[in-house]
Design a protein around this ligand. Structure first.
Ligand SMILES: Nc1ncnc2c1ncn2[C@@H]1O[C@H](COP(=O)(O)OP(=O)(O)O)[C@@H](O)[C@H]1O
Ligand SMILES: [Mg+2]
Length: 245
């Protein structure tokens, strides 16, 4: 018999050899100077575009920051991302999707986000846990329970949460059009969720707005139906106000 906890003695393992204890990194405690800012919203709402602009702005202000994303913020996560956002939309169900997203999230936090925050670096993330509730709960008409999603959050993320979440609110008709247009130039089409259709994306939008209404302290909702430049100025205004920079 083998045991994960102690030294091993066993018939099937190697006698006398110790199984190394897994050391799980924990979230930064107490909270360091680095801020964790997440961008949320539907497909094509401008998250990636605005994230880059904000990163540049913060660098100009001498605020050390990194840009990252979910899924796929780490090398291992890239493999999970490929599974999640490419290919047939029905190749696995919502539960499998949630587990894969949370595996990606855990790796992202332990290997990248938490170490950076502990170094005082600001982390700007293109999507985080709100995406899972919006897509896998609201998008799929609540086929996955909120309780199980909250449980996954507790196990994977614990008490940690973003310092600020900006929700880019946009009519999915506009967003999907932008997103498909962008995908035309991509070798691997990351459109597995786009392919769920307008109804799904309308539910997703409403779900996001509900989430934002439930946590007004953390969320700021921006109307994303503006020029890239105007939206960037809004983002800067929000960041400057919130973090006094
Ligand atoms: N405010 C905007 N107005 C018009 N087009 C935009 C705007 N913001 C982004 N785009 C374009 O729309 C596409 C999707 O933007 P992107 O930032 O990748 O969105 P997301 O990351 O939310 O999916 C890109 O081709 C981008 O250049
Ligand atoms: Mg993007």
């Amino acid at each position: 018999m083998s045991s994960l906890k102690g030294k091993v003695v066993t018939k099937d393992g190697i006698e006398g050899e110790e199984i190394p204890q897994l050391e799980f990194p924990f979230p930064p405690v107490p909270r360091p100077k680095g801020k964790f800012i997440t961008f949320e919203g539907g497909e094509g709402s401008g998250k990636s575009t605005q994230l880059k602009l904000l990163g540049d702005f913060l660098h100009q202000r001498k605020i050390n920051n990194i840009l990252t994303k979910e899924p796929g913020g780490t090398e291992i996560g890239q493999e999970l991302r490929r599974l999640l956002v490419t290919g047939d939309k029905d190749k696995f169900d919502a539960v499998a999707e949630c587990l894969l997203y949370y595996a990606d999230r855990r790796i992202h936090l332990t290997n990248k986000v938490w170490p950076a925050l502990n170094d005082g670096v600001w982390v700007l993330s293109d999507r985080f846990a709100d995406s899972t509730v919006a897509y896998q709960y609201y998008g799929y008409e609540k086929k996955v329970s909120l309780e199980s999603l909250n449980m996954l959050y507790d196990v994977t993320v614990g008490d940690f949460k973003p310092d600020l979440t900006i929700l880019f609110d946009l009519d999915p008709k506009v967003g999907l059009e932008r997103s498909y247009k962008k995908a035309l130039g991509m070798e691997v089409k990351e459109t597995r969720f786009e392919d769920r259709g307008l109804e799904f994306h309308n539910r997703l939008r409403e779900g996001y707005l509900e989430l934002a209404a439930q946590d007004e302290k953390r969320f700021v909702v921006l109307n994303a139906n503006k020029s890239i430049e105007d939206l960037h100025h809004e983002v800067i205004r929000v960041i400057a106000e919130r973090f006094k920079i």
